[in-house]
Design a protein around this ligand. Structure first.
Ligand SMILES: NC(=O)c1ccc[n+]([C@@H]2O[C@H](COP(=O)([O-])OP(=O)(O)OC[C@H]3O[C@@H](n4cnc5c(N)ncnc54)[C@H](O)[C@@H]3O)[C@@H](O)[C@H]2O)c1
Length: 435
């Protein structure tokens, strides 16, 4: 098959990451046009892809107002800006690699799924964890009946206290109105994985959680509103001191320094002169207790599946960062930390402990999202080429259905109740579509 022609709509962190990966796979992908209003993002794309200015646009609308110029559109704009380009690209017959969350409302998600089905195009949602060697291996172990039928599952997502403060307190996902609820923005991956692994319809959900720590009430006495102004009485010991996170570490490993200057600097290690104004003038310089944020900092979701199996998921800010999973089956138990290279199994018969290696000869767990960012591009290519034989790819209907569980969980949390998925779907008018 010839390389798949691609347009990238939104060239921030995600669009840029996909461009870099595609530039290394010229036999599979050829990026022919990109769009972003920020010139610096377009410049980075020209450098990565070797494309000329004529292939760079300042708005996705300029690409999608033309007849179709490629096979695949990557939608990597912000959460609230997926719907419009997705619908327009589908109408033109593009296949989509669509960033998660699909959209911030169930109605928009359903519209996208419906339009894709009508147009007969593939829409692959960037639930990248499905494509990471770790989760692929867990799925394979379940399919091989290693622990029997999963009856219960516990999954924890530790967002990491610094990552949380940077993205969900000071950063782009700090406000539900501007982006989407934390459960959707951060954990639609995990809810998708849970349903993929449990592999039967979810029947009801319950959820608790709130924003309790990163609030003005928790601010140390005398803490200034702008951390970057200095003079904070706890500045020396506060882990969220913006100077410590973004400024003092001038090494390449400080991706937070790069993150806050992504629309400003082209350097691997941004200069002090590029970083300081960001801290002085934007939310990245705010005290984390005075940041006008409103998304939850801890949340739990309980799920019950058809037949009575259960799952329990917890996401919160108060940790170093990382995910772990424990699955309890009728014949054994599986447990692992997603950053480890081993999955441990205990089988009831013979009381046997085994460790299964996650590394495969042709794969490395190094890379974006534990290898998921590379994995999704490999699988997508095979899927469009018609040679795909794996288990990771989900249809847009499945991805959207899995998003609905997140929306239902949010309703359960806000209303302090248990939400029946069947009733929720009925209320939305989707009951016949998503069984
Ligand atoms: N799959 C994952 O694991 C994962 C990880 C991080 C982020 N995301 C999601 O990816 C999406 C993008 O996140 P990001 O971190 O790259 O954000 P970002 O802000 O770095 O990138 C978004 C880009 O869209 C551009 N944009 C805005 N309006 C535009 C328009 N009219 N036309 C073209 N471009 C336009 C912005 O200038 C910006 O550069 C978000 O929905 C986010 O939730 C997914």
């Amino acid at each position: 098959m010839k390389p798949i022609k691609v347009v990238i709509l939104g060239c921030g962190s995600r669009g840029n990451g996909f461009a870099k990966r595609m530039a290394e796979l010229p036999e599979k992908y050829q990026v022919v046009a990109v769009a972003d209003p920020k010139e610096i993002c377009l410049k980075k794309m020209r450098d990565i892809l070797g494309i000329g200015p004529e292939a760079c646009y300042t708005d996705w609308r300029q690409i999608l107002s033309q007849p179709k110029v490629a096979d695949l559109a990557i939608i990597a704009t912000m959460d609230k800006d997926h719907y419009e380009p997705a619908m327009e690209a589908i109408a033109l017959g593009y296949h989509l690699l669509l960033e998660k969350p699909v959209a911030p409302t169930p109605e928009e998600c359903a519209d996208i799924a419906h339009a894709a089905q009508e147009a007969g195009v593939t829409v692959l949602v960037c639930h990248v964890l499905r494509y990471a060697p770790f989760y692929r291996k867990v799925k394979e172990l379940l399919l091989a009946d290693t622990i029997g039928t999963p009856m219960s599952l516990v999954m924890v997502e530790g967002v990491g206290h610094i990552h949380y403060s940077s993205s969900y307190v000071r950063g782009q996902w700090h406000s539900e109105a501007e982006s989407s609820p934390m459960l959707l923005a951060k954990s639609c991956h995990d809810l998708d994985i849970i349903q993929w692994l449990m592999d039967r319809p979810c029947k009801q959900v319950q959820s608790f959680g709130s924003l309790t720590h990163f609030t003005p009430e928790q601010a140390p006495e005398g803490a200034p509103v702008r951390c970057a102004d200095g003079g904070c009485p706890v500045g020396e010991t506060c882990p969220y001191n913006c100077m410590k996170i973004y400024y003092e570490d001038r090494t390449e490993r400080n991706f937070y320094r790069r993150g806050i200057t992504k629309g400003i600097s082209t350097k691997r290690i941004p200069d002090d002169e590029e970083v300081l104004p960001v801290l002085q003038n934007t939310d990245y310089g705010l005290c984390v207790y005075h940041a006008n944020n409103d998304v939850t900092d801890h949340q739990v979701v309980n799920l019950e599946f058809e037949g009575g199996a259960t799952a329990s998921f917890s996401v919160n800010a108060f940790n170093e960062g990382g995910r772990y999973i424990r699955i309890f089956g009728t014949k054994g138990e599986l447990y692992a930390n997603a950053s480890d290279t081993e999955i441990r199994i205990f089988t009831f018969e013979g009381k046997k402990h085994t460790a299964v290696s996650v590394l495969k000869t042709d794969e490395s767990i190094v890379g974006g999202h534990g290898g998921g960012d590379d994995g999704i591009l490999r699988d997508l290519y095979e899927s469009l080429a018609g040679t795909y034989t794996g288990h990771s790819i989900a249809t847009i209907d499945t991805s959207v259905k899995n998003h609905f569980i997140g929306f239902a969980a949010e309703r359960a949390r806000r209303r302090n109740t248990v939400v029946s998925i069947d009733e929720y779907m009925q209320e939305l008018g989707f009951e016949n579509r998503y069984k």
